[in-house]
Ligand binder design. Structure first.
Ligand code: MEV
Length: 320
């Protein structure tokens, strides 16, 4: 029997960092996916292969350990944690194919985790639904990372655009939103934990300045919610630009990020901002009718992706 599952990557449109202080956020699934295939092993070992990144390892699933056969480990801890929680440790072959570059800031770990768990549930004929899967994937991310916001795994499971309210209620937007985006990522991976801590320190040193900004970021996300509902791209673009300024105030933008943001705007993007934790990582530019111009303006060494939001969340099936 072969079990296959796939899940989309995501991008945060509004609300990174302010979401840590209970403010709302908007994130969406994009048309880049992680694909996981599980079948019985051809040997008596469990082998994990990710041909797109040239990685191969033998997995010792009861101990969440691996023996490196080829390449650089990156995503492997999410696979091991998922297997540890669900698998009966019989030998299997797991293959990961992905068009989500690791470290592109598109939440590749959430996409891989959701797809791995869904494939495992199918393989073992375990009943699940989107709610339980999003929850379990969040638990895996938390176990691996220590802290994780539930937003990434929610979006990778359900697909579409998601609004997380001030009281942590999840709303799914029922809009098409098919405007194109360009994502530009830097060579430096941002360290989310460190960036969150740096923002907290800045806030502690300057509470009367930073607290109102965090509140304003929440208000901005709520304006953006209305703009998304009306599919008012010009307004969304304007709010993205303001949001980038707020992220500057919080101190998470870098020269490389802001240079890409300004180059994108110069090339015709109607909005551009850092997305995710910053300090490295990536930017997102909204550029209807100007995708190629914006991509060209910020591309160096293939560090761009052209993406669109997608309603397609996790999908999985079994082949007997
Ligand atoms: C990172 O992608 C988003 C942050 O808001 C952290 C989090 O929400 O966990 C910076």
């Amino acid at each position: 029997m072969i079990a296959k599952a796939s899940a989309p990557a995501k991008t945060i449109l509004f609300g990174e960092h302010s979401v840590v202080y209970g403010e709302p956020a908007i994130a969406g699934a994009v048309n880049k996916r992680a694909y996981v295939t599980i079948k019985p092993s051809e040997s008596d070992a469990t082998i994990f292969r990710a041909p797109d990144i040239g990685f191969e390892a033998e997995l010792i699933t009861p101990q969440r350990k691996y023996i490196l056969l080829k390449g650089k480990p990156g995503i492997i801890r999410y696979i091991l944690e998922s297997l540890y929680r669900v698998h009966d440790h019989t030998p299997i072959d797991i293959t990961l194919n992905s068009n989500v570059p690791i470290g592109s800031g598109l939440g590749s770990s959430a996409a891989v985790t959701v797809a791995t768990l869904a494939a495992l549930y199918r393989y073992h004929n375990i009943r699940f639904n989107k709610q339980s899967l999003a929850h379990d994937a969040h638990m895996v991310e938390q176990a691996v990372q220590g802290v994780a916001s539930p937003l990434d795994t929610l979006v990778s499971t359900y697909g579409g655009l998601v609004y997380l309210s001030r009281n942590k209620k999840v709303e799914h937007f029922n809009v098409k939103f098919n405007a194109p985006f360009v994502v530009g990522y830097t060579t430096k991976h941002g360290n989310t934990g460190k960036m969150v801590k740096d923002v907290r320190n800045r806030r502690d040193r300057n509470p009367k300045i930073i607290n109102p900004v965090i509140t304003a970021m929440g208000n901005l996300t709520n304006y953006a919610k209305q703009a998304v509902l009306k599919e008012d791209y010009d307004k969304i673009g304007e709010l993205m630009n303001i949001n980038h300024g707020f992220l500057d105030v919080l101190g998470v933008n870098t020269l490389e990020l802001s240079r890409m943001v300004y180059n994108a705007r110069e090339a015709g993007a109607i909005g551009a901002k850092t997305t995710g934790a910053g300090g490295g990582g990536s930017i997102i530019a909204l550029c209807p009718g100007k995708v190629d111009e914006v991509a060209k303006a910020i591309d160096h060494d293939d560090n761009i992706l052209k993406v669109k939001f997608t309603r397609k969340g996790v999908s999985s099936r079994v082949f007997k």
